[in-house]
Design a protein around this ligand. Structure first.
Ligand code: HEC
Length: 205
């Protein structure tokens, strides 16, 4: 005989021990414990959460000295830049890499991730100046581009990025920006002066 689903699954004999004594307009409250497997999986997820936070985010110096997020960033930087020799933030290095499309592509992706809020998607300028025309406010040579990027300008209106990017990353950002000169993408009107030293499209004319 199958059980009528409306019949309470309670055993009248144990009613007295399970009754919590709470009575809401005739509806009595039982102490109805959760199944053991459920309670255990609940505790296991909490314990796992602490273990995960410990290894993922806190610096467990005794293991590696770095959090796994720092390790990940360092590994990625090593993968992308590892094969390069040490680079200087000077004119020759920046110009050299500004002519290597495989490296300006990397500079471009860093630019897309960090700079477009002020310089627009292709450097054509919005809050910050147009970087694709022939003129600059703070720049006379390619090394000045790297200097502006590392140290910022105008009390942080152009933020200082020096502590966020390693030297090789700064070279690639500067090389990408240098490669934009003379692209003349329609955008903000040119500001500043045309540097005497030619590079980018300005060098081809
Ligand atoms: C919060 C807005 C902002 C962000 C983000 C920003 N810039 Fe700028 N940038 C400016 C402003 C404003 C100036 C103009 C400073 C001045 O007038 O001297 C500037 C100037 C520059 C210049 C010099 C241009 C010139 O004509 O002298 C370069 C190069 C430059 N930025 C590159 C970058 C790069 C590369 C990034 C990303 C890593 C970046 N900027 C992110 C606002 C920004």
């Amino acid at each position: 005989m199958s059980r009528d689903p409306r019949t309470p699954k309670t055993d009248p004999a144990s009613d007295a021990t399970r009754d919590t004594g709470h009575n809401y307009d005739g509806i009595r409250e039982y102490d109805n414990p959760l199944p053991g497997w459920w309670v255990w999986s609940f505790w296991i997820t909490i314990i796992w959460g602490f273990i995960y936070i410990f290894f993922a985010f806190l610096p467990p110096k005794m293991f590696s000295g770095e959090t796994s997020l720092e390790t990940e960033k360092a590994e990625m930087t090593a993968r992308v830049f590892g094969a390069l020799p040490d680079l200087q933030l000077d004119d020759a290095t920046i110009l050299q890499y500004s002519q290597k499309p495989e490296w300006t592509a990397i500079g471009r992706s860093m630019f897309q991730a960090n700079c477009v809020s002020c310089h627009a998607s292709d450097g054509q300028g919005s809050v910050g100046p147009n970087l694709t025309d022939n003129a600059y406010i703070n720049v006379k040579t390619p090394a000045d581009i790297a200097d502006v990027i590392a140290n910022g300008r105008k009390n942080g209106a152009m933020p200082a990025w020096g502590k966020f990017f390693e030297k090789k990353e700064q070279v690639m950002l500067a090389a990408y920006v240098a490669s934009l000169r003379g692209e003349s993408r329609p955008g903000k009107a040119a500001e500043g002066e045309v540097p005497a030293m030619p590079w980018g499209k300005a060098a081809e004319k």
